[in-house]
Design a protein around this ligand. Sequence first.
Ligand code: ARG
Length: 585
Amino acid sequence: MKEHIQALLEQTVLTLQQQGKLPSELAPRIQVDRTKDKSHGDLATNLALLLAKPAGQNPRVLAQLLQENLPASELVAKTELAGPGFINFFLDSQWLGRQIDAMVADDRANIPVAEHAQTIVVDYSAPNVAKEMHVGHLRSSVIGDAVVRTLEFLGHKVIRANHIGDWGTQFGMLIAHLEELEKENPEVADSGLADLEQFYRESKQKYDADPVFAERARQYVVKLQGGDDYCLTMWQKLVNITLKHNQEIYDRLNVSLTPEHVMGESMYNPILADIVADLQAKGLAVEDQGAIVVYLDEYKNKDGDPMGVIVRKKDGGFLYTTTDIACAKYRYEQLHADRVLYFIDSRQHQHLMQAWSIVHKAGYVPETVSLEHHAFGMMLGKDGRPFKTRSGGTVRLVDLLDEAQERAAALLATKDTDFSEDEKTDIARRVAMAAVKYADLSKSRTTDYIFDWDNMLSFEGNTAPYLQYAYTRVQSIFRRSGIVSDANLQGQVILTAPAEEALAQKLVQFNDTIKSVADKGLPHLMCLYLYELSGAFMSFYEACPINKEGVSVAERDSRLRLCAATAKVLNLGLSLLGIETLERM
Ligand code: ARG
């Protein structure tokens, strides 16, 4: 919608330029916004205010000139001038009605695919091997996956990249510890190590306490880096165990990652030496006390000198930054990415900026390919401090999901329903997973967010249970009306009551919302939209009866169609967020 109005305005400017009524060098960025107050129309533009100065004209006069020259459009019923030079657009309600009918008739709710399909690599989740996933990985996984689903829906070629932390000196001690455990129980790796956190802790304790163990661990690091078969096999076992743990979490959370999407840090090992050599050859990297360093002018240290980014340590080891340089290069050269989205903690922002600055200077990725850090803040407890267990440890994701399910089950048990025990368990599971995901998705991701059980499981407010419940409400209307599928719907949408019009308006904003999520990587925009849509639906349902006496057949048909469009958009919108709906709850 916005785009359509934008196009109309663009055409108007062009016409006026051709007629010499506007200076030809002007190329304004036309902005069209939704109005807050419907008496001012549905959409508005400040174009005249924007152009007034460069065109040397009075904004009000210019607004009128634009208005008079707007081409006719079936979308627009009328336009009005307002304030110092705004143009307000009133959408045509017949056109709107036809849009809703088209949404009902189409599986994709009439949402077109993107005009230019791109190859988009999305780097998300990325937990570390031999560690449990923790709440920080929840944010990356859930937000990244919502954006992945949205981009795919728009027809882009999406490459999921799970950049797991599967390399580093810690593997020496982990291998040495696994070796000892295997002596006691040869099946230990197959049985999957119930608690990775504990395994990691024990390895570290031995490493710190036992010099013989520590020496063996150090030798294993060297051997592993040298490609030793035994060490690689042991390493692979640790990777596989971790992937199995993670997969359980992804499946429970309905995150669309599988082991196929793993592109871990170790994948880039073979090209790191060449990259460092190339950076040196290009004069970007220099030797400094045995280490190889890139000095970046745009990053200054405390003394105002260019900051050094180490790409190879004195002992020959490579760093996290070296890997991310190689990784960006690979994603452009081998995966042919047009866009690369990184969903990573905001604390890693400087790290990424430095890596990409080197990537650009070295010419590994052209500036036309967009490398985007979609940063997010920390998850905080109700007390405003980082979310921790009672004893101060990091919260394992499994424990968090278990607790969510218990709480949802307890909550649902208080409601008077006729569900069987199995059904109750299933509903509790779906509500719980949806609630945890939605709580995260619905907050603007750039800030820290407070994790609050009571809030997220509430049936009121911008929560998953509220939206899931809204969806079941529509389903029950269908059941009562004898509608089993969209094919049963009759008639057409005719918008008369203000609540009908408002609901239809909201429904057609779905397209713009999907686009914003895809462009900005901000799923909370979808959450907010679905929440507002549910609100518009509830108001409509209160104001416009369906199965009551006195409602004409045409009205009933039209309203049922509005219900069908709402159900479709809720279901589709939630599915783009990776959240399941329920038929009854
Ligand atoms: N493994 C890292 C962590 O747990 C995240 C990796 C993100 N991706 C990347 N290309 N650096 O913090």
